[in-house]
Structure formats: C-alpha cells, structure tokens
Design a protein around this ligand. Structure first.
Ligand SMILES: C[S@@+](CC[C@H](N)C(=O)[O-])C[C@H]1O[C@@H](n2cnc3c(N)ncnc32)[C@H](O)[C@@H]1O
Length: 273
C-alpha cells in the first residue's frame, strides 16, 4: 500500500481547506480541542514534540496556556503544505517546525519530555515503527498523549461514503482506499505499546475509547471531510460529481438533529510509574 498519497494530499488538497472554522470546531476539531484541554504540562516538561502537527492546531491551543520561556516546542509533519501554514500562523518563537514522519522523527534520542499527537497516528505506514521512534526520542521519565481514531470510528457514516464511491471506483480501488487508514482496537494498540515500553515496572498506560454521535448539516460534514479525508477519493476522476452525489446521499440520512457521525476515538496516555 503506497501511503505517500496521504502526505501528498495533506500537503496540497487538505491544507487548503484545513483552516476553515468548521474543521477546527466541529467533530474531529472539537474532539481535538477537548483532548488538548486535558493535557497538563508540569514543571519538568520543557521539551514538547507534536508529531503529525499539521497546521499547528495543538500549539495554537497550548502555547498561550504555558508562557514559560524555557519551553521548546517541536512540530513534526511530512506534509510541506501543512507546515507552510503552521510556520506562517504560529509566531511564538519557542515553536520550531521540522519535516519528518512518525516512522522517522528528526529528533535526537532521549530528548523529549512530552509527546503529543492528535489524529495523525492512524495515517502512518507502520504503527510499530512509529511507537519504536517514540520510545527512542522520549526521555526515560517522559510522557505521551495521543488521540487517534478507533477501529469503529464513523462506521455508519462511512457506509454512505463507500456506497457513493462504488459508483466511481472498482471494488479493488475502494478496498485500497479503505486501507489507507489504520483501524485499530484498544487491545491491539495496547499490545503495540507493550512491545516497546515496559508497562510492568516502568510505565503506566491508559487507553480510553471515546464514543459520541455528532450531528451536523451536509456542509459541516463536507467541510471536515475535505480537510481531512480527500486522499480516499484520489483515484476518482470527477471529484465534483462525486461530492454532489455524496451530498444527495448524506441528506437522505438527515434526522431532526442533523446528519449523524458515529465518532469513536482512542485517548492514549503513557506516563512514568
Ligand atoms: C488530521 S491531520 C491532524 C493535524 C493536527 N495534529 C491537528 O490535530 O490539527 C493529520 C496529519 O497527519 C500527518 N501525517 C500523515 N502521515 C504521517 C506520518 N507518517 N507521520 C506523521 N504525520 C503524518 C498529515 O500530514 C496531517 O498533517
């Protein structure tokens, strides 16, 4: 599976629409804000890395709260288009943005006090390699806060998307598109962390599944979707027609509260015992 399409799309297509207010405040954006609000930096947290930082959303939310001069924030992302926006937007001198992936983080061994990552880990080519890299860069007494999608995220909503995709793509193309995203259960991700972090004696791991039905109108859904998921339709030639078809299909599922999305996220927190 060639995952380069994810990074290319984030760099070019998604970055154009990522900063829209709906994407920042609705559904995944809203969940990110709630997750980041719960992150606490303590006095020893002086070097923070956000992996898959995109346009710097986490830093927008966190840097004002922590004004200490001696904190260094590193934002890592492989999508140049996303980083370009981040660099333009975040003026805080303590923040540096670096090109890199979860699987190859351009930071030295044992240098990071806290790793933060929001809604990026499910896009990687290898979750194993990514966690191995986290272990490498993290200081022995460091901590990790990751938000990522859980296996069943948007299961019902995506049935509608795939139904429309069927009109434009072959089954094989749809299968490949679905494979772009890592859909992982709580137990599976726990096992992967256990491989690299000693949970018996050194680290405490908490993984929570956060489920919620989020209602929105058709435009709301199309806005977050075009900011985050256009890679799944990269093989569709007539994208405009696809979106029109998707709009019609989504509207069929409209309830009094709006069109539902069945959110299911994993909140992963690793701390030193
Ligand atoms: C949904 S965005 C999240 C961005 C940001 N964390 C936020 O919450 O707004 C997903 C990000 O993951 C990045 N990404 C894709 N593949 C990646 C990889 N292998 N390693 C690290 N980041 C990756 C994308 O470029 C994109 O910026």
């Amino acid at each position: 599976m060639d995952k380069r399409i994810i990074i290319e799309n984030y760099s070019v297509q998604n970055s154009i629409t990522y900063e829209n207010d709906t994407n920042k405040n609705f559904l995944y954006g809203q969940a990110t804000k709630e997750f980041v609000k719960k992150i606490k930096l303590n006095n020893k947290d002086n070097v923070i890395a956000d992996i898959g930082c995109g346009t710097g959303f986490v830093f927008e939310l966190i840097t004002k709260k922590y004004q200490k001069n001696n904190i260094n924030f590193y934002g890592i992302d492989p999508a140049k288009g996303m980083l370009k926006i981040a660099k333009k937007k975040i003026k805080d001198k303590r923040v540096k943005f670096i090109d890199g992936t979860f699987e190859k983080i351009n930071l030295k061994n044992n240098t990071i006090d806290k790793v933060i990552s929001t809604l990026a880990l499910h896009w990687v080519a290898s979750i194993d390699k990514s966690i191995k890299e986290l272990k490498r860069i993290l200081k022995n007494n460091g901590s990790i806060d990751i938000l990522m999608i859980e296996k069943n995220d948007g299961k019902n909503f995506k049935k509608i998307v795939f139904k429309v995709m069927k009109k434009f793509l072959t089954n094989k193309q749809i299968f490949n598109a679905a494979k772009l995203i890592n859909r992982i259960t709580k137990n599976e991700i726990k096992k992967k962390f256990e491989k690299y972090f000693n949970l018996e004696s050194n680290y405490k791991l908490s993984i929570k599944i956060k489920k919620k039905i989020i209602y929105g109108n058709c435009d709301d859904h199309l806005k977050w979707w075009s900011a985050r998921s256009q890679q799944v339709i990269s093989e569709i030639k007539n994208k405009k027609l696809f979106i029109n078809n998707l709009r019609k299909e989504l509207n069929k599922f409209k309830t009094k509260k709006g069109i539902p999305f069945d959110l299911s996220l994993l909140e992963i927190r690793l701390t030193k015992k």
